[in-house]
Design a protein around this ligand. Structure first.
Ligand code: ADP
Ligand code: MG
Length: 351
């Protein structure tokens, strides 16, 4: 934690840099299929989990780099196949079909992730709720489809994480409401990134970055320098509102600009307020920094739903977690620890 906070000292100095890449990987990394012995960095990206998965590692040779990266891609695909709601064949789809009727024993890994998601529901007073999808499933952001009022009213009644009954002994779950639908889109990518890092470490990799869409985790640094991760401007494509020099940390961003459509001037996007079944409005993006990606993923979605004040208060109450929020007017806000850093920088500049 300390390490990345130190790195963040310069973040405010870099504030308002536009036209930078979301991820600065300009130090000569090569595709896994190519070799670059000079730099020793290897990179590959693939479309998985409805997003782009990118893996970049430092490794002595091409063969070891490629086998480590391939193992990560395989793992990502495995987790996706288990947890997607896009396919009727996934374990989660089976749960969604059968759990309204009876306790359904499921694979321990899926059970445990749902169990973890409930920790975040309790921590956020229900802002994070995987049953959001009871209403969320009626939206199609690509096609601009949303539920009508009657549909939405009915669906909202089925949003409540307390409808999930967990039998820990048998790793079985039952839904206590017939219309409940679970989707893990707010936590599964973070989980998959954490698993990927474990796999890389088992392959002997000690410097790496793995990202799945807006969820990234960095191990070590980048050849003695911090990685530079951009916080995107939610309204200007290709621009950043901040650049974060980071090492040994996870970073997740949730924004209203990823998947959305507009109808009569109202923006409908994929982060749903469980109390209304409607898109959460109030902030434009939330970036969370913390030790693991499962947590930063869940908390970025949570803080987005909670809004600026409540959200920052939650983050300030947690140890080793920080937030950067772009509010509804495009203003930047940071959690207390980062604010202290900014003040330190301001003081240093003022001398
Ligand atoms: P992404 O990286 O996919 O943009 P986010 O971390 O921003 O993901 O989370 C958005 C996803 O989380 C949505 O696509 C949906 O699957 C899920 N989600 C939306 N609202 C909630 C909520 N209130 N609680 C838990 N998960 C949610
Ligand atoms: Mg998230």
């Amino acid at each position: 934690m300390f390490k990345f906070l130190v790195a963040l000292l310069i973040f405010v100095l870099l504030f308002d840099v536009s036209n930078a890449q979301e991820l600065q990987t300009d130090s000569g990394a090569t595709e896994c299929t190519a070799s670059n012995t000079e730099q020793g960095w290897w990179r590959e990206s693939q479309p998985i989990m409805g997003t782009v998965v990118a893996v970049e590692v430092r490794s002595e040779g091409r063969a070891s780099a490629c086998s480590a990266i391939a193992a990560v891609m395989t793992e990502m695909k495995r987790i996706d196949a288990l947890m997607t709601t896009w396919s009727p064949d996934s374990e989660l789809s089976r749960l969604n079909r059968e759990a309204p009727k009876r306790y359904v024993p499921i694979e321990a890994e899926l059970f445990d992730l749902i169990d973890r998601s409930l920790d975040f529901s309790r921590m956020t007073a229900g802002a994070f709720d995987v049953t959001y999808a009871s209403a969320g499933r009626f939206y199609d952001f690509r096609q601009g489809i949303r539920p009508d009022d009657a549909e939405l009213e009915k669906a909202v009644n089925a949003i409540d994480y307390r409808y999930l009954l967990l039998d820990r002994k048998h790793k079985a779950i039952r839904y206590r409401h017939p219309e409940v639908f679970v989707d893990l889109g707010g936590i599964a990518k973070g989980y998959a990134v954490d698993r990927s890092i474990e796999i890389l470490e088992a392959h002997g990799v000690s410097e790496a970055m793995v990202s799945a869409g807006g969820d990234s985790r960095i191990v070590g640094d980048r050849g003695g320098e911090p990685w530079v991760v951009g916080v995107r401007d939610p309204r200007v494509r290709g621009a950043n509102v901040a650049l974060l020099p980071l090492m040994d940390v996870s970073v997740s961003t949730s924004g209203d600009y990823e998947r959305f459509f507009e109808d009569n001037g109202t923006r409908y996007h994929h982060i749903i307020d469980p109390t209304t079944g409607d898109s959460a409005r109030g902030v434009r993006s939330v970036t969370i920094l913390g030790a693991d990606a499962l947590m930063t993923d869940a908390l970025s979605t949570s803080v987005f739903v909670m809004g600026l004040e409540e959200g920052i208060a939650l983050i300030d109450a947690l140890n080793g977690v920080d937030a950067i929020v772009v509010d509804g007017e495009g203003r930047l806000h940071v959690s207390r620890d980062l604010l202290d850093m900014n003040n330190t920088v301001a003081t240093m500049e003022g001398r």
